[in-house]
Design a protein around this ligand. Structure first.
Ligand code: GSH
Length: 228
């Protein structure tokens, strides 16, 4: 199998954590894609994922799977013992629900903030994203506020239970963790009164699959190039 990704970026990081959780690192070839140079908007890449985003998984039979949730589902079920997406109907329902919230209330608004209220991925990408409409920075900042409201929501969840979807670490924990990682890189901080979220983040950061995964440093070189 191959993963088209970019080390350090938040959605590719989700899959690197999944691969480490499932012990699949050695079975994957990592293919780096130049996001700043807009390689993911090339004709060749759009054949793999028409959405033009990373990560993308390529199976040995040539099938392409994109969307981090779909890739996670696939990898989690490969060994017949899913640990990240639930086994009982109740676990699967709760994990799916919290997964949607982790995307809709956190990582997606952080992404909109990053692309609209900051230089985002730089000038070359602006053309692909039609980012030249007026008011985009204001809209982006509102998405930043939505993301911070999402952090407060997840703080409340984590005051009641150890992990985002209940008693066990699962897919939405990975998404919230990547969302916070993205937020930090984009300059959005966790609100002060979010002790449960901050403590959960410290615990998750210490998990072997999170701590030891490859490509942790978010955008270090890219951020410098972009002046973030
Ligand atoms: N919904 C997608 C989001 C993927 C995504 O936005 N990936 C980012 C990297 S973290 C990307 O490729 N951005 C490039 C762009 O927006 O042009 C997923 O879950 O995989």
């Amino acid at each position: 199998m191959k993963i088209y990704d970019r080390p350090g970026f938040p959605n590719p990081a989700r899959i690197r954590i999944v691969l480490a959780e499932k012990g699949l690192d050695s079975q994957i070839e990592f293919v780096p894609i130049d996001l700043i140079g807009a390689e993911h908007k090339s004709h060749a890449f759009l054949q793999k994922n028409p959405s033009g985003v990373l990560p993308v998984l390529e199976l040995d039979d040539g099938t392409f799977i994109s969307e981090s949730t779909a890739i996670t589902e696939y990898l989690d079920h490969l060994d017949g013992h899913p640990t990240l997406t639930g086994t009982t109907p109740k676990q699967r329902g709760l994990i799916h629900m919290m997964q949607r919230r982790a995307e809709a209330e956190l990582i997606d608004p952080v992404g909109e903030y990053f692309h609209h209220a900051t230089p985002g991925l730089g000038a070359k990408l602006q053309a692909f994203k039609s980012l030249d409409w007026s008011g985009r920075a204001d809209w982006g900042r509102r998405q930043g506020e939505r993301a911070r409201a999402g952090m407060i929501y997840f703080n409340g969840v984590l005051e009641r239970q150890p992990y985002v979807a209940g008693d066990a670490f699962s897919m939405p924990d990975i998404t919230v963790f990547a969302g916070l990682m993205f937020a930090e890189a984009a300059g959005l901080t966790i609100p002060d009164n979010s002790a449960a979220l901050a403590a959960w983040r410290t615990r998750v950061a210490d998990l072997p699959s999170v701590k030891n995964r490859s490509g942790q440093a978010f955008l270090a070189d890219d951020a410098r190039r972009l002046g973030l």
